[in-house]
Design a protein around this ligand. Structure first.
Ligand code: KG4
Ligand code: ZN
Length: 321
């Protein structure tokens, strides 16, 4: 059994996954409420909260899986990219756990983790496929040829898709994190009410900053009453533009690269309109779209472990470059 830990942003998460990809326990403690009053994640606040939540989340995970630390054969942990202080809490906890039991440790790339959410039971996906990874921190097109990794073929030139959702939600007074709230508000709106732009950038890249500005201009001249009345139309039109940008670029890339299968992962993969628009794609299960540790343990099944005690020197990294 692999014990996975994930603390790269504002979710403190642990999971137990078997070598076959069976999820025995999956616990996610979201800190969203704690950061909501600041309108975004405050890194230092997140680190401190991870410190408080790590032990209870771990205990809950073992209880859920009906397991003890004796049942754990390896520890897996996200070591980047993410908030450096937050990552260090998870990495330190993972090192301590692995070291105390003389277990091997798998350092996992967070993005590989998102892709590996597709490799879990009951319907594990087999490479090759073209993967759209859309989250709060990234919007990437990945050429996935093996379980062990991926090649980046496209990225965002500015904001990530999830960031566009969150900033849009904020402009519409829908709180933080706003992706899911905007998704719900859009359900009652007319997606053709506003004509928001879909950025045209060369190659397989994305751009969302112009769209965000267009929403800002649409919103800033509205009175509070008008905003209230137009909120769902604005949400629906804005969401339509983000989803169109993602779908058009992804299907075009699949065509050009000759990919026969498209997959979608990351927090934005939970979006109902995106799921509807790419209904033929392999979609990560909604519960595994946003950050979790089951995907981290899943990725570890396909990566090399560092033997005891060599991993004590391992460091975290904030960004991939
Ligand atoms: O993958 P994730 O949990 O964290 C990162 O690795 O960044 O993604 C979080 C992002 C947030 O921006 C959130 O607003 C967005 O995913 N999100 C959604 C939905 N649920 C979460 N965006 C659109 N529609 C949703 N239903
Ligand atoms: Zn993530």
């Amino acid at each position: 059994m692999i014990l996975g830990l994930e603390t790269s942003c504002d979710e403190t998460a642990a999971a137990l996954v078997t070598q076959d990809g069976d999820v025995r326990a999956n616990v996610v403690a979201s800190q969203a409420e704690l950061h909501a009053r600041y309108g975004g994640v405050v890194p230092e606040v997140a680190s401190r909260r991870h410190l408080e939540l790590a032990a209870p989340v771990l205990r809950e995970t073992l209880a859920q899986g009906g397991a003890t630390l004796d049942d754990v054969d390896a520890v897996a942990v996200t070591h980047g990219p993410g908030l450096i202080g937050a990552l260090l809490v998870g990495l330190s906890a993972a090192k301590a756990l692995a070291w105390s039991r003389r277990l091997p440790l798998h350092p996992v790339d967070h993005l590989h983790g998102h892709v590996a959410s597709l490799y879990l039971q009951p319907e594990p996906l087999e490479p090759p496929f073209l993967c759209l990874l859309a989250s709060g921190g990234h919007t990437l097109l990945l050429d996935v040829r093996t379980h062990a990794g991926y090649d980046v073929v496209g990225t965002t030139l500015d904001d990530a898709a999830g960031e566009a959702f969150d900033k849009g939600a904020r402009l519409l007074g829908l709180g933080y994190p706003g992706g899911a709230a905007l998704d719900r508000a859009a359900a009652d709106g007319d997606p053709a009410a506003y004509d928001f732009p879909v950025a045209r950038v060369p190659g397989f890249d994305f751009s969302f900053s112009g769209l965000k500005t267009a929403l800002l201009y649409a919103v800033r001249d509205l009175s509070a009453d008008e905003l209230e009345r137009r909120r769902s139309d604005l949400a629906a039109s804005y969401q339509r533009a983000i989803v169109r940008a993602l779908v058009e670029r992804t299907t075009a890339a699949a065509g050009e690269l000759g990919a026969t299968r498209i997959a979608v992962v990351g927090g934005v993969a939970a979006n109902s309109e995106l799921r509807g628009a790419l209904a033929d794609a392999a979609l990560a299960p909604p519960a595994l779209c946003t950050d979790n540790a089951a995907m981290i343990a899943s990725a570890a099944r396909f990566t090399q472990a560092i033997p005891f005690p060599e991993y004590l020197a391992l460091d975290a990294y904030a960004s991939a470059a």
